[in-house]
Design a protein around this ligand. Structure first.
Ligand code: ADP
Ligand code: TRP
Length: 316
């Protein structure tokens, strides 16, 4: 039987090439190797998005994003997290065996608290809902971006704690992190991030690619525009890239034009695939709701075992 892969992505805003190269790309490569289950983490998104229309829209958009990058619904089960509500119950059980000081060490919580003292309890408990998402599947591997490393450690700790307390129940999952992918810089040279207004959208139009690349900040003290090169290295192999940058030394405008061309070639087919799927909303809705139903059945079996172990079942 093939090993199980589980991952989730929060539906918050338009993905950029940093998200793709840092995290999403793996899903496509791995779907041939694992039994893949990828969900839209709409329950997690509720901690920050509290607007019905926006949550529904961005959840649908992210499904199209997955399809656009090449996830094949025949190979990968795509579903909405909220279609498997068992995870909220399991998160509650985990909350009951986890201490507050332990959760206070989470980076995401500390960052949120540093920005805003009045954070909600969902933000605090976020890692345990994520642990439930993963453990309920007995996942073998969890592909995530580097920033999720600690959440995977919390997931493993939680599995061990449960197993020690109630008896062997959960498998310990392995994270799959693309350690070699450096942080993709944005057009201003900082980390590319939705919050910094410095992104190149993953499904950008040709015009958007052009204006984003032209706005990349260059440093005139060197012959090689560092930020342009860093982004370019994602879409062209190293030897041909180095040759190009040697030939066009100091010619920033020409190098940017070459990057525009390469990005357009890279993004174009994904953008097209995405719009083909966008034109078939009924089909998309159908497989995503079937995915949720299938996952609900799988997860239900596991939850019967969990409830039984904890002492929550009085009758069969
Ligand atoms: P953002 O900073 O734009 O809000 P998220 O925090 O939603 O991005 O990140 C989603 C995923 O994409 C994470 O797993 C993260 O590791 C990856 N990621 C985000 N930005 C970058 C980047 N600039 N370079 C590499 N990976 C990134
Ligand atoms: N926390 C992840 C993020 O912010 C999203 C997520 C929720 C997730 N549940 C998950 C990722 C389970 C992997 C597995 O990107």
């Amino acid at each position: 039987m093939s090993k199980i892969l589980v991952s989730g992505v929060k539906p918050t805003g338009r993905p950029h090439i940093g998200n793709y190269f840092g995290a999403m790309k793996q899903f496509v490569e791995l779907q041939n190797k694992y039994e893949s289950r990828i969900f839209v983490a709409n329950l997690h998104a509720l901690t920050t998005v509290q607007n019905k229309e926006e949550l529904l829209r961005s959840s649908r958009e992210i499904v199209l994003d997955f399809l656009g990058i090449g996830l094949d619904p025949q190979k990968t089960t795509l579903y909405y997290q909220s279609d498997v509500p068992h995870v909220a119950e399991l998160a509650w059980i985990f909350e009951s065996i986890t201490t507050i000081p332990y959760l206070m060490r989470a980076h995401a919580f500390k960052d949120a608290e540093a920005k805003n003292k009045e954070i909600n309890a969902g933000v605090f408990n976020y890692p345990l809902l994520m642990a439930a998402d993963i453990l309920v599947h007995d996942a073998d591997v969890v592909p995530v971006g580097q920033d999720q490393k600690q959440h995977l450690e919390i997931t493993r700790d939680t599995a061990e704690k449960f197993n020690r307390t109630f008896g062997e129940t959960f498998k310990l999952p392995e994270p799959l992190i693309l350690e070699s992918v450096a942080t993709v810089p944005g057009t201003d040279g900082q980390k590319m991030s939705k919050s910094y207004n410095n992104i190149i959208p993953l499904f950008a139009t040709d015009e958007e690619i052009e204006s984003a690349v032209m706005s990349i900040v260059t440093d005139s003290s060197s012959d090689v525009p560092r930020n342009v090169y860093a982004i370019h290295s994602l879409v062209r192999d190293k030897s041909s890239l180095d040759k190009l940058y040697e030939e066009k030394k100091g010619k920033y405008k020409e190098l940017k034009e070459a990057l525009i061309g390469d990005l357009q070639q890279f993004i174009g087919p994904m953008r097209e695939l995405r719009s083909e799927w966008a034109a078939r909303p009924d089909e998309v809705d159908k497989f995503i709701s079937e995915g949720g139903m299938r996952m609900r059945e799988v997860v239900h079996k596991k939850m019967v075992d969990v409830r039984n172990k904890v002492g929550l079942i009085h009758h069969e």
